[in-house]
Design a protein around this ligand. Sequence first.
Ligand code: PGA
Length: 263
Amino acid sequence: MRTKLVAGNWKMNNTVAQAAAAVETFVQHVDAKANVDVVICPPYLAIPKVRELLRNTHIKVGAQNVFWNEQGAFTGFVSPKMLDEFCVSHVIVGHSETRGRFGKLETPESTLGYFAETDETVNLKIRALLFRAMSPILCVGETLAERQAGETERVIQSQLEGAMKGLDASELFTFVVAYEPVWAIGTGVTCDTAEAERVCKFIRTRIGAMYDDELARQVRILYGGSVKSTNARELFSQPNIDGGLVGGASLDPQEFSLIVMSA
Ligand code: PGA
């Protein structure tokens, strides 16, 4: 039986003071005994404070991105080693915002540099995280144009294969995949529950085909894209949806606690 996981992706929101206030409110509202894994992914600067406030709780601290080298001349980036110092447990990789989508598809790859994650750089990040025993949350998902062209499965399969290339099943038991249809992120348009379940099941089946049934059974697959307290319960009760990656709604501590309780 997989334990549900709800991760809040704060994106570029909350100063350290705002983060502290949000976490304090959230801890008061969430049931400490609930059998749900909870991760909050604040901006890097707020990680130390959030970690300090959550130290005696079951809630974990995650990060929104990472570079793959441990140190070096990579201006502006943060390494797995630096995150490890603050006991970061989960790191989001391959988010559609860091893959360089959202209106950036026409920008030439050469000018996007490291910000435009590719399947290859996502793979390097996953390797670097696993080396430090942190859990990657790999985001996959199709754009609206890809969905309309009937390419949902092809896109997701190629994202999975690219990100997981050369990885061994034995390394992947803490691995998390988040199905995040790009058209549902931050739009208020949630993917239909049956369709979200269908795609999450497809992801599980692909992992079974790439590795084995045991890994497919263990890997947690989340849904992300306009998750709210009003749709979370239905989404999370699907057999192949093991929780959610929540953006906007995770910024409101009471709303986020309701979402966690739905799991
Ligand atoms: P949203 O974002 O919940 O605001 O749609 C989800 C995400 O980007 O992870």
